[in-house]
Write a protein that binds this ligand. Structure first.
Ligand code: SAH
Length: 346
């Protein structure tokens, strides 16, 4: 089925065969540069607008929009064709606006602390479904007089287990929506062949690796794919990516009380970070609680102590504010139907 952001230029051209040739450009620009729905493309005749609404249907149906207390984080729950549900998060910062997109409905990686991992895999998203998440969130940002500048592939699913659609969406965001590749970040659980292929692709996107543990024993337990792609080989792939792209490498580290927030964890992690020519950056995220995982996130003090210890050892680390804990922004929580106690619009 042809959808609004799934249609290629050729497909659009076929839909517009009876129209003057310049219409293809007009519609394409309307969709990607102006981020307009066909009904709002005022450069087009009214009848054509109405036709395009039917010919180019959205692929995401809004189920729920949830806004955090301070209006800076907006979470969208969408229903896809086939009925599965995914989430997108729009985060408004003073200096930028970032969209966090899902790449799969569910996830097969089975990380025990992650709500999406607990729910299992349903299906891959198409490039159009990924791009549409960015566009719909951008339209929401526009209504707040803000422009989306950054996209992180950190929502539900494993981007490097759905490589081609993910790459196609990156190209579209870069070429058609006009986002800088340097403002696009792919986050992976650590799939080595995917990292290698990402390194050989033309656009210089950022790479984030969900490390969470700096020795194989602990990482095997937290991130099961580590048994297939252990740390040493993973770090070699990261190094290869850095060498070819000259981009930033970030490690994500969800701090779990008594599990990976000990001084010995910081020492191991700092060592790994310093092993790169340009030291890797660590993003510390206090674990968001999920019902399927009984261990708690580290306390505020512990998170700060862990960060201080890393920095003291020459690593580059920052604490990521837990955005939207009040709106169940822990990956996959809304889609999993887990309780949300918040204000909601509509
Ligand atoms: N599959 C990709 C991208 C999606 S997960 C990846 O693994 O990177 C995005 C980030 O959220 C990952 O770092 C993941 O480990 C983290 N995450 C998942 N569940 C979390 C939770 N309950 N609390 C904090 N971070 C979590």
């Amino acid at each position: 089925m042809i959808t609004r952001y799934g249609a290629s230029r050729d497909e659009l051209q076929n839909l517009l065969l009876n129209e003057p040739r310049y219409r293809v450009d007009q519609v394409w620009k309307g969709l990607y540069t102006e981020l307009n729905a066909p009904e709002d493309m005022t450069a087009l005749p009214k009848a054509l607008r109405a036709q395009l609404v039917d010919l180019l249907p959205n692929s995401l149906t809004l189920v729920e929009e949830v806004i955090s207390d301070d209006d800076t984080t907006i979470k969208f729950l969408w229903q896809l064709d086939g009925g599965s549900r995914i989430e997108t998060v729009l985060m408004i910062y003073p200096d930028r606006a970032t969209v966090c997109v899902s790449t799969q409905a569910g996830c097969a990686m089975a990380c025990g602390f992650c709500a999406t991992g607990q729910a299992g895999f349903t299906r891959h998203l198409t490039a159009g479904e990924i791009v549409e998440q960015v566009v719909r969130a951008s339209q929401r940002a526009k209504a707040m007089d803000r422009r989306v500048s950054n996209v992180v592939y950190m929502g539900m699913g494993e981007p490097l287990a759905n490589e081609e659609p993910v790459w196609e969406s990156i190209v579209r965001l870069h070429e058609d929506v006009g986002l800088s590749a340097r403002h696009l970040t792919v986050s992976t659980v650590g799939i080595i062949p995917g990292i290698n292929r990402l390194a050989s692709r033309p656009l210089p996107v950022n790479l984030a690796v969900s490390l969470h543990a700096a020795n194989d024993n602990l990482r095997d337990a937290l991130v099961p794919i580590n048994r297939r792609y252990p740390i040493k080989a993973l770090m070699e792939a990261c190094n290869g990516f850095l060498e070819s792209k000259n981009r930033r490498l970030t490690f994500e580290w969800a701090l779990i009380d008594g599990v990976n927030d000990r001084p010995s964890d910081a020492i191991e992690l700092a060592q790994i970070c310093r092993s790169f020519r340009v030291p890797a950056h660590v993003n510390l995220i206090p674990l968001n609680p999920t019902p399927g995982y009984e261990v708690r996130g580290s306390s505020r003090n512990q998170v700060q102590a862990f960060c201080d210890q890393l920095v003291g050892m020459g690593a580059n680390a920052t604490i990521r504010r837990n955005r939207g804990t009040d709106i169940a922004a822990a990956c996959g929580q809304l889609a999993a139907g887990q309780p949300v106690q918040i204000s909601r619009s509509k």
